[in-house]
Design a protein around this ligand. Structure first.
Ligand SMILES: [Zn+2]
Length: 172
């Protein structure tokens, strides 16, 4: 039997902005196939609507595709029919995930040129941040996948770690 190649994820029918292919950041990524204007809703981040209770259980099982929808519901994007789950995180993203009336859209933060990889900040908090290293390649990459509001805190903690390690080495 011939080896079967796994086909690449496809954007939703009618989506004219992106294609999915291997990424230098991680695994697969989404890439612009035309110029995209600032403010464009590029793709909807879809998934299962789940209760806060199930959301908590999913998070404990290391499901990293959970979005906060409202006070009652969350969105679990870890489903086959959500190609947007392949979009990579960046510390200097060209998109953001916006919640509009309970629907999550990946929206362009600036003009995006054809061929550019589509990225957004995953917005993780500091819990176990060292389990989520970042290889986005941005000049300001903080080294871990966290929301921008935590960049300074992560830099502070990492500097402290390096200092402790250096001290440990010098006293050996
Ligand atoms: Zn980064």
């Amino acid at each position: 039997m011939a080896a079967r190649r796994r086909s690449l994820p496809q954007p939703p029918p009618g989506n004219k902005y992106i294609e999915f292919r291997p990424s230098g950041i991680h695994g697969l990524g989404a890439f612009a196939i035309r110029k995209i204007r600032k403010g464009t809703r590029i793709i909807e981040y879809v998934g299962r609507k789940i209760s806060k209770q199930e959301s908590l259980e999913q998070l404990q099982q290391q499901n990293t595709y959970i979005f906060d929808l409202d006070e009652q519901w969350d969105l679990d994007g870890n489903v086959e029919w959500n190609p947007a789950r392949f979009i990579n995180h960046s510390c200097q993203p060209n998109c953001e995930a916006l919640n509009e009336d309970g629907r999550i859209w990946i929206v362009a933060l600036r003009t995006i040129q054809p061929g550019e990889e589509i990225t957004f900040n995953y917005g993780y908090d500091l819990t176990d941040y060292r389990d989520h290293p970042c290889r986005c390649g941005a000049p300001n990459c903080v080294g871990y996948i966290v929301a921008e509001e935590f960049f300074e805190e992560v830099r502070r903690r990492e500097a402290q770690r390096r200092e402790l390690e250096a001290r440990r080495r010098s006293t050996r």
